[in-house]
Design a protein. Structure first.
Length: 455
């Protein structure tokens, strides 16, 4: 049993001072109350640790390698994607496990307690299945166990190279499955997750309306009787135009008209929605999964955040391409995008909650919902996904309540304030450093040396 004493704690009921949080041997919070026992740990500021709702772990190895101008004078997501396909031709299962372990370690050090891994790199080069169809899924699970992060594994269904049903080619072949083989792969992935850690779970992810045809989407969704459902939606202008040309409607419009989208769904990006689509999606209860740092890096566009939240919509945050893994920077980047568009300030704030508080509350609520994880709050029975922060420094200056959150998000030193992180009670970050950092980093560096000499 672990006992944490905290000077300030953010609970569902608001801010409280001088609380005791008990973590039982299962990794759940067993009690929250006055400080009466001898603590095993003291922290200044204790927050729920959000779930990172969207990650492609293997893309972390590309960070910094795609910033030169491509052959097109107007470089875009599509030129970035061609470079990504060339890169992934080199990846082996060992590479993927080493990269994912590094990514998951960095997420924990950034304050995330869990991750939903949108996993679509399934097969060997050329699309040849491994002897174990879910070999790569097993490597993601192994990396999560090594890092100690909570995991929602989302095996991805990927059939075609576009809405015209063109065959997959090049690097895309490593993603592809027909619906029957995908469901077999998914079943094997479920077994790998079930054999790992009690706080791990599984959902599924039709990649997008470009990569899965309507029949394949219906086949897969018919088997999705439980667990989260994630899908990329309305990320790029070219995607919207392609879907409209082939399916007769814009992506969000088509999905809402043809499927029962509800709280189990997490739609990723949604940066190319009309005002009407934004309001309609908000009313479904689905999570809009936002990845502001990656969306900025790829030039995707700006999410209609004020409209979506104004309609009661739920959002959460992910690191997507993992070009930079920083919880507080994701929150700040969303707010700044709204300010730049509207030429205003404190756009996401409300009359009773500051900007940082609104964004952080959204991150913990939306992340837990999108991951199907009993987390995102400090209360009895929830998984002990927690962030312990130091407040006696130049960034927080012992500030309290929402002012402390605003300083974490907008002051530039939020991540430097993180001292401890727990994931389902696993105390994996101590004194700001992951407990297995050296071994994980060494393995990642060895992997990068191999990859960068081969591309």
């Amino acid at each position: 049993m672990q006992i944490i004493h905290a000077k300030q704690v953010l609970t569902d009921g608001g801010w409280h001072g001088e609380l005791e949080i008990i973590i039982d041997e299962s990794g759940r919070i067993a009690g929250v109350g006055p400080q009466i026992r001898t603590p095993t740990q003291r922290v200044a500021l204790l927050l729920p640790a959000p779930l990172n709702l969207h990650s492609h772990a293997f893309q972390r190895a590309m960070a910094g390698l795609t910033e030169a101008r491509g052959p097109d004078p107007r470089d875009s997501f599509w030129t970035w994607r061609r470079l990504m396909y060339k890169f992934l031709e080199q990846l082996t299962p060992d590479h993927v496990e080493a990269i994912a372990a590094l990514v998951f370690m960095e997420m924990l050090e950034a304050g995330y307690g869990a991750v939903a891994e949108f996993h679509y790199l399934h097969h060997d080069v050329g699309g040849r299945p491994y002897a174990n169809l879910a070999e790569m899924s097993g490597r993601i699970v192994a990396a999560a166990v090594q890092a100690g992060i909570g995991l929602t594994l989302l095996p991805v269904q990927y059939q075609y190279g576009g809405c015209d049903l063109r065959p997959l080619n090049g690097g895309q072949q490593r993603f592809g499955n027909d619906p029957d083989r995908f469901l077999r792969l998914h079943d094997s992935a479920v077994l790998a997750v079930a054999a790992s850690s009690p706080d791990f779970n599984t959902g599924l992810a039709p990649h997008s309306l470009r990569a899965v045809d309507p029949a394949g989407l219906s086949t897969v969704l018919a088997q999705a009787v439980s667990g989260p459902i994630h899908m990329h939606l309305a990320e790029q202008v070219a995607e919207v135009e392609e879907v409209r040309a082939h399916l007769g409607a814009r992506p969000t419009e088509w999905l809402l008209a043809n499927h029962a989208v509800d709280e189990r769904w997490c739609l990723i990006h949604c940066t190319q929605m009309s005002q009407a689509e934004t309001m309609e999606l908000a009313r479904t209860g689905a999570v809009a999964g936002l990845c502001p740092l990656t969306e900025s890096n790829l030039g995707d566009g700006i999410f209609n955040g004020t409209t979506f939240l104004g309609q009661g919509g739920t959002i959460g945050f992910g690191s997507d391409s993992n070009v930079q893994i920083s919880l507080f920077e994701e929150l700040k980047t969303l707010e700044y995008s709204q300010r730049l568009r509207d030429m205003s300030r404190a756009v996401m704030a409300t009359s009773n909650r500051s900007t940082g508080r609104v964004l952080f509350d959204a991150a913990i609520k939306g992340g837990a919902q999108a991951g199907g994880r009993n987390s995102g709050r400090i209360e009895t029975g929830a998984w002990a996904d927690l962030i312990g922060l130091d407040d006696d420094n130049q960034w927080l200056c012992n500030r309290r309540g929402d002012a402390a959150l605003d300083s974490l998000v907008f002051g530039g030193g939020g991540q430097a304030c993180i001292r401890d992180v727990w994931s389902a009670g696993r105390h994996v970050v101590k004194d700001g450093r992951h407990v297995r950092r050296d071994a994980i980093v060494d393995s990642f560096k060895a992997t990068l040396r191999q990859l960068e000499t081969s591309i």
